[in-house]
Design a protein around this ligand. Structure first.
Ligand code: ADP
Ligand code: ADP
Length: 224
């Protein structure tokens, strides 16, 4: 069965605001680009996938198990870069990642090595001992990815990661996500079409909480 299944997933906020309606998707490893304008429900959907909000209707299955009832298998293997991710500017990247390893209750043994491996994966090895406050926006986003990779996640969720990046960093970031896919499922939310063209293997488009397209990016974006 697919790694991740969304079965008629809906979410209504406490104030009655309906943010997600009837989303059904079956996902295998690769990069799912989740495209849609502001307010389409992308962040709400990603918070549900990150087990930070429970669907108010329908179900999300990870390896065939409902995550509302059994969140732990997914949580153990989840990497999440939220839209409003903030790192501590006075810490170095290495210090921050060690701290995040403790927050995520990762084993202390081998953590230093894992931190260095993750910093290398995102190309920050040479800046590892500099304070994050001195980093560019793109470097800060790469710190965000590095912390999401600490537990070697099978599901990596990144919410609008290229907002505010310059074109060079944006390109670098897309290439990084492509490198990270492979055996992982990466879910990338964006309202920037070129982000999708460059990296997504599957495309889902949301408008007003509903899925209005799901398929090959080429089928929608008229790519060569
Ligand atoms: P995005 O940048 O994803 O479009 P929004 O502007 O929709 O984000 O929302 C930013 C934050 O403000 C959300 O994470 C949510 O917590 C809060 N928010 C947005 N819309 C409402 C609303 N109608 N009522 C209460 N809180 C809201
Ligand atoms: P996107 O990430 O695509 O911008 P969101 O998931 O942030 O979309 O928002 C989807 C809808 O839910 C919007 O109408 C937004 O205003 C509303 N919303 C988001 N957060 C909240 C919240 N905390 N309370 C009420 N409504 C919210």
């Amino acid at each position: 069965s697919p790694l991740l299944q969304l079965q008629d997933v809906g979410y209504t906020y406490g104030n009655g605001q309906r943010a997600v309606s009837g989303v059904t998707l079956n996902l295998a490893p690769g990069i799912l680009g989740l495209l849609g304008p502001n307010g389409a429900g992308k962040s709400t959907l990603m918070r549900m996938l990150a087990t930070l909000a429970k669907p108010t209707s329908g179900a999300i299955l990870w390896n065939g198990e409902d995550i509302a009832r059994h969140p732990d298998p997914l949580r153990r293997t989840l990497g999440y870069l939220p839209q409003d991710f903030g790192a501590y500017p006075s810490l170095t990247a290495r210090e921050f990642l060690r701290y995040m390893g403790a927050v995520k209750s990762l084993p202390q043994t081998g953590l230093g090595r894992r931190v260095d491996d993750c910093l290398e994966l995102v190309g920050l090895q040479d800046a590892a001992n500099r304070q994050i406050g001195s980093y560019s926006g793109g470097m800060r986003q790469r710190v965000g990815i590095a912390q999401a990779l600490l537990n070697d996640p099978a599901l990596l969720i990144v919410d609008e990661p290229t907002v505010g990046l310059d074109p060079e960093e944006r390109l670098r970031f897309r290439n990084l996500l492509t490198d990270l896919a492979g055996r992982r499922l990466v879910i990338l939310s964006t309202h920037i079409v070129p982000d999708i063209e460059a990296s997504a293997t599957t495309l889902a488009v949301m408008v007003k909480g509903r899925l209005c397209f799901n398929g090959m990016p080429e089928a929608l974006l008229h790519m060569a």
